[in-house]
Design a protein around this ligand. Structure first.
Ligand SMILES: Cc1ncc(C[n+]2csc(CCOP(=O)(O)OP(=O)(O)O)c2C)c(N)n1
Length: 632
């Protein structure tokens, strides 16, 4: 519950606000009440949908004050990561749809240009706001407009190289813009790195309320730090620290910042999860939650039917690390999500949380590999995109054995379009010398961890999806797989399905359905996209009428490598017709993962439909799809 106000009053203020202009007509003394009601609305909505809660609760007063002071949408707010934007959505015409957040067809969990003119820039990957805001400021100046631009950046996001690149440019460009450093002393996990220590020092300079009031009254944008900060030294004047939960203080400071000429950085101290007891009490401040019960904060999590892939990965890595002290694990700010917290507890000096720094993570691993270590870079597929040049330039060209453990590969569900793990096979597949594997199930993941630990010949990647495994038995110890070799799972005659990765169970289920229709299918698990198993491709292409590749990845990935194998071996004509099944070539929005998979035609029913289409068999496709959706 939001603090301080009885439920009766909850909608007295927010019900009068549809757009920020309505808020700006209110008296400043009403803003604490507005804040309480916004907080309550966010808690209620997220209790029904799940989503990012802690970050939004921490910026309620800041958001209310921002919309009170600035003239949105002419003035631009650029929310970094933008997982904290739910209060902003509540105040910008989307209040009635808050309970559709992150659900199919509902509001995005992030800012989205397509969704609202109050979202001038979309984000979900961190640390882009300063660069984008400077771009908006430069564009404004060229267009001779006079609107303000505000970047709101968390202390975690500030740890990334891109944030520093932006600051470096802001300090020399000197354009009129506001950077709000929203310091809640949390990333997803506790913040890592030296910047975090530095900010802790700055926070220590925050004086009491009376001194802050006097400083703001006297100077407008005072710095309470007793010497120039690193931001001042970079040419971006620093003001603060201020109390981000004091909405009056925020209004006064933001008004001064709005009228400031040139860049200014406001150091605003907030608390992640503020105003909701269970969030404040939890270690991760309810960064991301499932649906929950508001009264006690208990999250509705279905008991998992099988261990999730991240945990299986981490346990397998622990087992390798126990046998080999050269095995180390590196996570860019996602130790929990990657399952590595336990690894860190067991091997504190062999686990590195390098903060939100994927580029550094990759090159740091390259250095360790060059020195003879066996580093695992545990990075989500979507975030590895940021370390791509490092993969090529620092790792692959130098043939360094960095192990890329690529989690959340494939559909990610509610995080949606920005987080789909779609592209890794495509963007790694074109890099010379990469070895690329995908786990067909969690047992194969254990084998692939062992295989990569033992592989010193060059870079190697293993991809695995978000969520639960297929429920198969796990080996006690991983086996080292033969590099570049797939495996036939079931023999058939007419159709061959070559599965790459965790849609393997759908390929097998599709073969069952086809068998029931009198169509005999072979199913193979490719295991490797590169080097691809040419012999297996040849065998499947020459002994069947139809060859399907199945993968939960984008165009240009595994299917392209199968095409290439067929062409290189002269099998592209006069042999099996080739049907590539991959994710549709569109940006896929948020929804439940099974819905996304079915819509993409990657479930068993979708595979069957592709087979029937290719064979020209006129069956009732809708009925097949419906039966498939129920059965899988
Ligand atoms: C490039 C990138 N890497 C990792 C993430 C995952 N991630 C989402 S929010 C977050 C922490 C952000 O911390 P901070 O900026 O302090 O914001 P807070 O959640 O504390 O408000 C991380 C690591 C991401 N969104 N983008």
């Amino acid at each position: 519950m939001a603090e301080g106000h009885a439920p009766m009053k909850q909608t007295d203020f927010l019900s009068r606000i549809d757009m920020p202009a309505d808020l700006r007509r209110m008296a400043q003394q009403d803003l604490p009440h507005v804040s309480d009601e916004v907080r309550q609305a966010v808690i209620e909505a997220v209790s029904q949908t799940g989503g990012h809660l802690g970050a939004g609760l921490g910026v309620v007063e800041l958001t209310v004050a921002l919309h009170y002071v600035f003239n949105t949408p002419d003035d631009k707010f650029i929310w970094d990561v933008s997982h904290q934007c739910y209060p902003h959505k509540a105040l910008t015409g989307r209040k009635s749809r808050l309970n559709t957040l992150r659900t199919g067809g509902g509001l995005s969990g992030f800012t989205s240009r397509a969704e609202s003119e109050f979202d001038p820039f979309g984000a979900a990957h961190s640390s882009t706001a300063i660069s984008a805001a400077l771009g908006f400021a430069a564009g404004r100046d060229f267009m001779k407009r006079d609107n303000q631009v505000v970047a709101i950046v968390g202390d975690g996001a500030m740890s990334a190289g891109m944030a520093f690149e932006g600051l470096n440019n802001v300090g020399s460009e000197k354009r009129r813009m506001v950077i709000i450093l929203n310091d809640n002393h949390m990333s997803i996990a506790p913040p890592a790195g030296a910047l975090s220590h530095y900010l802790t020092e700055l926070r220590g300079f925050m004086p009491d309320e009376a001194t802050r009031d006097k400083g703001i009254a006297d100077e407008g944008l005072p710095s309470f730090v007793d010497q120039p900060t690193m931001f001042d030294d970079l040419g971006v004047p620093y003001a603060g620290p201020f109390d981000g939960h004091d909405v009056d203080e925020m209004v006064r400071v933001l008004t001064a910042a709005r009228d400031h000429d040139g860049p200014i950085l406001l150091h605003v101290i907030t608390r992640k999860g503020k105003g909701y007891g269970p969030a404040e009490a939890s270690a991760d401040c309810y960064h991301g939650v499932s649906k929950f019960n508001i009264a006690d904060g208990k999250q509705a999590k279905a008991a998992p039917a099988a261990p999730n892939y991240a945990k299986v990965f981490a346990d397998a890595l622990i087992s390798e690390a126990e046998r080999d002290e050269r095995v180390v694990a590196v996570s860019p700010a996602m130790p929990d999500g990657s399952g590595l917290t336990k690894f860190g507890e067991m091997f504190p000096d062999r686990h590195f949380d390098v903060a939100i720094a994927e580029q550094h993570c990759v090159t740091f691993c390259a250095g360790m590999a060059a020195e003879g270590m066996r580093p695992f870079a545990a990075v989500y597929s979507t975030f590895l995109q940021r370390g791509y040049d490092q993969v090529i330039h620092d790792v692959a060209i130098q043939k360094l054995p960095v192990r890329f453990a690529i989690d959340r590969a494939g559909m990610v569900g509610a995080d949606g379009v920005t987080h789909q793990g779609a592209y890794d096979v495509a963007f790694l597949g074109c890099v010379p010398g990469m070895t690329i594997m995908a786990a067909g199930n969690e047992a194969e993941l254990v084998d692939m961890v062992a295989t990569s630990a033992a592989f010193d010949e060059g870079p190697i990647a293993l991809r695995y999806p978000r969520g639960e495994g297929a429920g198969v038995e796990l080996p006690k110890q991983g086996r080292i797989l033969p590099i570049g070799k797939g495996v036939v799972l079931r023999e058939g005659t007419k159709v061959a399905i070559l599965s790459y990765g965790a849609r393997r169970h759908d390929a097998l289920a599709a073969a069952d359905k086809l068998a029931a229709m009198g169509l005999s299918a072979t199913v193979a698990d490719a295991r490797f996209a590169k080097p691809i198993d040419d012999d297996l491709v040849k065998q499947l292409a020459t002994n069947h009428e139809l060859l399907l590749s199945v993968e939960e990845g984008s165009i240009g990935g595994f299917s392209t490598l199968v095409y290439d194998s067929l062409a290189r071996q002269g099998l592209d004509t006069g042999h099996a017709r080739f049907v590539p099944v991959f994710m549709p070539d569109i940006f896929i929005d948020h929804d439940k993962p099974p819905v996304q998979v079915a819509a993409a035609g990657l479930d068993a029913a979708g595979i069957v439909v592709r087979v029937l289409d290719a064979l020209g068999i006129d069956e009732n496709r809708a009925a097949i799809a419906a039966a498939g959706a129920g059965a899988e």
